[in-house]
Write a protein that binds this ligand. Sequence first.
Ligand SMILES: Nc1ncnc2c1ncn2[C@@H]1O[C@H](COP(=O)(O)OP(=O)(O)OP(=O)(O)O)[C@@H](O)[C@H]1O
Ligand SMILES: [Mg+2]
Length: 774
Amino acid sequence: MAGSRLSSEEVIAKLIEMGFENSSAVQAVKKVGPLFNDAVEYILNGSCGDCGGAPSNSEYSTSNRKALGKRTLSSAALGQMRQSSILNHFQYTGTPKRSRNNNVPDISISSSEILARPIDDVKASITRVDCGNLKTVPEDLQVCFREEADTGLDWEQRANNLLQKHFGYSSVKSFQKEALAAWLAHQDCLVLAATGSGKSLCFQIPALLTGKVVIVISPLISLMHDQCLKLSRYGISACFLGSGQPDSGVEQKAMRGILIKPLQGLAESRGIALFAIDEVHCVSKWGHDFRPDYRRLSVLRENFNARNLQFLKFDIPLMALTATATIQVREDILESLNMSKETKIVITSFFRPNLRFLVTLSPAFHSCSFAYGEFCGESPHKDWEMSGLAETIDASSTAEKRLALLQEPLEEGPTIIYVPTRKETLSIANYLCDYGVKAAAYNASLSKSHLRQVHKEFHDNMLEVVVATVAFGMGIDKLNVRRIHYGWPQSLEAYYQEAGRAGRDGKLAECILYANLSRIPSLLPSKRSEDQTKQAYKMLSDCFRYGMNTSCCRAKRLVEYFGEDFSYEKCLLCDVCVDGPPKVENLKEEADILMQIIAAHHGQSCYLDGSYDDTYSDSKSPRLMQKPNLRMFVSKLREQSQKFCEKDQLWWRGLARVIEGKGYIREGDDKIHVQIKFPQMTRLGLEFLEFERDQPFYVYPEADMILSMNKCKSYSTFADWGKGWADPEIRHQRLEKRRLNREPRKPRMRKSRKGKPDTRTARGRITAKLSKLK
Ligand SMILES: Nc1ncnc2c1ncn2[C@@H]1O[C@H](COP(=O)(O)OP(=O)(O)OP(=O)(O)O)[C@@H](O)[C@H]1O
Ligand SMILES: [Mg+2]
């Protein structure tokens, strides 16, 4: 097996990251040297004497003052986080052992087996439950249990008892029951349910019921930490297998085989109750967080069926779960995981009635004093009143409940600030720390020990704010989070996932999107194919439109995006529902002019009878002949008619989007743009111009249009620049603005040859000419 060029410490850290005990890791490295694969093999072969030693109790050292200061974890603390050794779960002996204290048996996996099946970088967390009250019938429990189910005995009651015992909840929810029923019937199952609805229990209960192992595939290390941490608190044994986030060949090699051969051994010896694929939208390239390795999980269906493994009576069921899958993504999941034709689809509403969605103009973070107050728990909307809402509430109990939520004060609780870049996690966390806020940064490039500690402190309510990238995005389950989103997310799926971290206790929580409304978002995932680029632009565009919307309930928009019919008229909580839409305006004149100018340029007859008004036609202009974009159309329009000068590019950009939304113009470029860029008229648009000349064109101004009209823009826009310098008042305003906004301009250094005039300046050239004349 190939060695690696890592230091001993790094190899030990990686082994610990995979879930091995510190002592085993140290011993293995001592024995085989800093060779990762050999060390894995050494431990798995059981050569290591004290593998799986119980972790001792020790507290973390904590420093809140500096988010990024060194956060060292004692190895004992690491052990505590890991809950139990991987070896506790990989018993490779013929006879299954089911004692509460897992004596670590020998494991015999050769290196060729380790490399036998390539699955790169997929992480699995393994949940195995000590049998608890079921331990008298451990071995055949699954069979007995299924017989009970077949004869109609009350498995649900058993599940409820276990739920009460381990988690303290009274009963399984109906969607959980459906998923469990599918599992009992050996069916594959796709569970689509809202964030925080309790999907994890669908795969945790099978482990509790059977005493067998449930293998959970998760896409994020943070999520695996989270699940293991929680399960250990409920007294349930769990551990994770994971490579570090930044890829390394060594880790991948180690991961490749671990998921197949040893698991088949595990299925034979201890029994595998279920394969759960959490956050399964990652399988789909149409999803927001596509992970190519997830696609290879189809090997589970191929390798763990009764045809291949004679000791199995039935195929081991697959359970795939997500809260954010559009219809296209769902189809892709079923196909790419090779799930059975009879797969049961369990679906609940994606609506989260206690989340209040808001979109606010982003502040320039570091220079804005309001940020501190907001991130420390003062809601920008805490003074909201109920004005006008009472009439809109219908008499149904759900609406009443939501109304009651609206009256609740926003409780104190930690905040997650999601930011688009790793750099921002650091700068914002530091900024908050400087204000005395207990904040920490979380992004995949930080050390694993730092990330683990942040996670732990977050769960222990020791941190007020975590500033994170998507690495902290999915699945994290903490009850009392209020959260904030800073900057445009890359998709509505990602946004809804991240929003889903908030209000998991069912109490009111705010999901505020601070967005720069005047800039079109452009941040895309770094690694992507051509197809994925198109898809990424499409998703960004949907997200941008969501932010610009001012008239439709935000929750409605979000759930409809996932293909659900929103069963309420509105959520009553979001900024649009509470503030109401802006005043509707008749923008017929503006819409007509813009469309006429577009139609004229493209030589499209504005009026189908050919009698179009060519006031704004300038199809001979060489500049416009090339590839006219919206900006050029607007500049032309504003040049030609003073009447529209007060509306700037930002405003027209918003109007163009509205007109596009009505289907009157369309993108004329092959590429997908976040905002319409090269507009062309559609047939519908031409008909509108021709037949609806006298019809009004009512529009709710969108966020950028409102922003444009509200901002002081007397001489601020680019298009105006260059006009009006002669006016002393205008000149004064511009200079003042430049002074406030910019660093003082550095004087340009001109090299001048001694004694000779510098001919690179006008003054110099004149002097040179004069001196020649002389
Ligand atoms: N039957 C139940 N009764 C009461 N609470 C429950 C029940 N099932 C789950 N919960 C609780 O709901 C919370 C959310 O559960 P979980 O983390 O499984 O959500 P999820 O659906 O996986 O969300 P996400 O999509 O964000 O990962 C947990 O704290 C869990 O304990
Ligand atoms: Mg989950």
